[in-house]
Write a protein that binds this ligand. Structure first.
Ligand code: HEC
Ligand code: HEC
Ligand code: HEC
Ligand code: HEC
Length: 412
């Protein structure tokens, strides 16, 4: 098999942006509204095997749901067109699963009014669909901003890369050529190569008294842009967004977990990556990882650990895994949830009789935040009907309030 095949069918970063913009031709399976997305009947959340809520990093699936559920009627992402709702920004972090879900929840009534006017069906979600949709919104900032090849070239000079390397005939005459990197349409490949050759580069730098280059801002993306533009290579290998589940495996297999904890679990000798990498994107993560390579290298040597090599999509998967760490919700506070449940008048309907209470508590007992959100959402029509009768205003809730209510119901 051709070696490069291992990268699979994926997308150019720019192409990737286009894919999430329109799910248009060339984006696998995209295009037609509602294509392949069921969702007419009222969906009960299917059994989600694991209790954990995992980010789906596949942007294309999410974009399809975004269109199929008519979100695109009111929201543009890349298009200039002004619509009824705000443009969703690719630079904005909306938070964890329930933080994002709360945005949907809070404007459900406005959505419904519009849907009625346009004679559209009010969206119902299966747990899988809701996870895809919320993941899509979570992933929007991931790809970062495109790079500037001019700046990238200047950086190759400034950062002394050209004192050892050449690119498209520039730089050091007999330097180590970086031309072959032009094939790969992902900055993560640049990171992976730099990481794999890290120990060698570091010792060469030490030998030649070159300062170890570090990056900031969009430097990494700019460098990558210079490589793809300047290189003589015409072939292209597209690398999509990685797979977070596989990245989690990498985190263990490559030994990261021996030094780094994630939210308190794991080694104790390096920063907690659950906390350290929140609100980042692929560029920030690549930058952070590289900037610490020298520090990490020392620790590796002290502990006599072998420097881990990454091949194929491994680094790509690892990076999106790091990005995914803040997707899952932390447990809420039952005590606070109780007061939300009373204040928002949930208790008026749900705890009116012992049987009512038993019903909702039983139903919520063993669900995760995704199943909770799916139940909540799909019951809007019946909830709303009795809200109108009881003249209860729409109970807006923040992500934190949702977490607290869930914790409260589960503590009953
Ligand atoms: C009737 C048009 C309409 C539809 C349909 C609609 N939205 Fe909205 N959306 C809005 C409006 C208006 C706001 C601004 C907040 C508000 O008024 O509640 C908003 C706010 C948001 C926000 C917060 C944006 C921000 O920057 O604060 C998100 C995220 C969002 N919507 C996602 C969705 C998704 C996902 C769907 C599809 C399930 C959807 N919306 C369907 C009109 C709509
Ligand atoms: C002091 C010399 C030196 C400097 C400065 C230097 N490198 Fe390197 N670089 C090396 C060496 C040595 C290798 C390993 C080559 C090998 O293994 O064949 C390497 C390998 C690489 C590779 C892997 C190439 C491949 O084909 O997989 C990349 C990418 C790279 N360097 C990028 C950079 C960038 C970007 C800079 C500037 C920020 C830089 N290097 C600065 C010496 C240097
Ligand atoms: C031998 C211990 C050790 C191992 C193994 C290790 N690291 Fe580190 N890592 C460190 C130390 C120490 C630092 C802080 C270095 C510094 O401050 O310069 C660090 C820093 C980082 C940072 C920057 C954090 C920040 O706050 O910006 C990232 C990201 C990172 N490591 C990722 C990884 C990944 C991914 C792996 C697995 C491939 C890994 N590390 C393996 C010791 C380790
Ligand atoms: C006006 C009455 C009313 C209010 C207020 C109300 N609900 Fe409901 N809720 C309902 C009805 C009716 C159902 C549908 C029950 C069914 O279909 O069996 C429901 C269903 C649910 C479900 C799905 C689980 C189940 O038992 O079917 C959840 C979760 C839920 N509500 C939570 C809340 C929360 C949290 C609040 C406060 C923010 C709230 N409800 C406020 C009437 C209400």
């Amino acid at each position: 098999m051709h070696k490069k095949k291992a990268f699979g069918v994926a997308f150019l970063i720019i192409g990737m942006l286009l894919c999430i913009a329109v799910a248009g031709p060339g984006c696998e399976g995209g295009g037609k509204k509602g294509a392949g997305v069921p969702g007419r009947s009222v969906a009960k959340p299917e059994q989600v095997q694991a209790q954990r809520v995992s980010l789906v990093s596949d942007l294309v699936e999410g974009r399809k749901i975004f269109e199929a559920k008519n979100c695109s009627q009111c929201h543009s992402i890349f298009e200039r067109e002004r619509k009824a709702g705000p443009k969703l920004k690719t630079s904005r972090f909306y938070g964890s699963f329930l933080d994002i879900f709360s945005l949907l929840w809070n404007h459900a009534p406005a959505m419904a009014v519009h849907m009625r006017k346009e004679v559209l069906e009010r969206p119902q979600f299966s747990a899988t669909e809701l996870n895809h949709l919320v993941s899509f919104l979570y992933m929007l900032p991931y790809l970062g901003q495109p790079g500037d090849p001019r700046r990238g070239e200047a950086l190759l000079n400034e950062k002394a890369c050209f004192s050892c390397h050449s690119l498209g005939g520039r730089g050091k005459k007999d330097g180590i050529s970086l031309d072959s990197l032009a094939v790969f349409q992902s900055q993560v490949v640049l990171l992976q190569r730099m990481w794999n050759h890290g120990p060698m580069m570091l010792s060469r730098m030490a030998a030649t008294r070159t300062r170890i280059p570090t990056f900031s801002g969009n430097d990494f993306m700019d460098l990558f842009a210079a490589l793809t533009e300047q290189g003589k290579e015409r072939r292209k290998v597209f690398l999509g967004v990685g797979n977070a589940a596989n990245g989690q495996k990498m985190f263990t297999e490559k030994g990261c977990i021996r030094c780094h904890p994630i939210f308190g679990k794991g080694g104790k000798e390096a920063p907690d990556l659950g906390k350290a990498v929140s609100q980042s994107n692929v560029t920030v993560l690549s930058t952070r990882l590289w900037n610490h390579v020298a520090g990490m290298r020392e620790k590796f040597q002290q502990k006599k650990l072998e420097w881990p090599n990454f091949s194929e999509t491994e680094m790509n998967d690892l990076i999106v895994f790091l990005y995914s760490l803040n997707y899952e919700d932390k447990p809420g506070v039952p005590g606070k949830g109780e007061s939300v449940f009373t204040r928002k008048k949930c208790a008026d309907c749900h705890f009116k009789t012992a049987a009512d209470k038993q019903k909702i508590v039983g139903e919520i007992k063993s669900v995760n935040s995704l199943q909770f959100a799916t139940l909540l959402w799909n019951h809007i029509p019946s909830m709303e009907a009795s809200m109108v009768i009881h003249a209860v205003p729409w109970p807006e809730m923040s992500g934190q309030e949702l977490r607290d209510v869930l914790a409260y119901l589960q503590s009953q």
